[in-house]
Design a protein around this ligand. Sequence first.
Ligand SMILES: [Fe+2]
Ligand SMILES: [Fe+2]
Length: 152
Amino acid sequence: MAHDIANILQQDHERLDRMLEDAAQAVQDARWEEATKTLESFRRGIVEGHMAVEESLLFPAFEAWEGGEDHALTALLRKGHRDLQVFFSEMADAITAHDAEEFGDLLSTVQTILKQHDAKEESEVYPHLAEAVADGGELAAKRLLAGQEQGS
Ligand SMILES: [Fe+2]
Ligand SMILES: [Fe+2]
């Protein structure tokens, strides 16, 4: 197998963190147009790429592999995705309003949530994916890598 789904996911977390930092830097420099574009690339990358692959391919496979009815961990992670998306749209509003202070408050909240979320995935879900996903994560890896090319 030429890829390692756990590594690819972890690198995608790091790539998305950097994109968010780029957006924050643009806000700090009052480069509002660039901030809008960079935040939108980040949002698309994380929501339509990363989270969509997790929720449509990886979490269902993980849940089936875990067995049982109660999937508290993935339920929590899915809820985290919903909560984060609310903050992303509030960050976009702050940029539209040229409100760097509001953006900064939202940013630190988002970074705190993301750090915990990503750490939980990386320690409790990703290590099991190669075994849990029927194709070892090949399709998920392909979709993530394709999304990265589009977003870059
Ligand atoms: Fe996630
Ligand atoms: Fe993730």
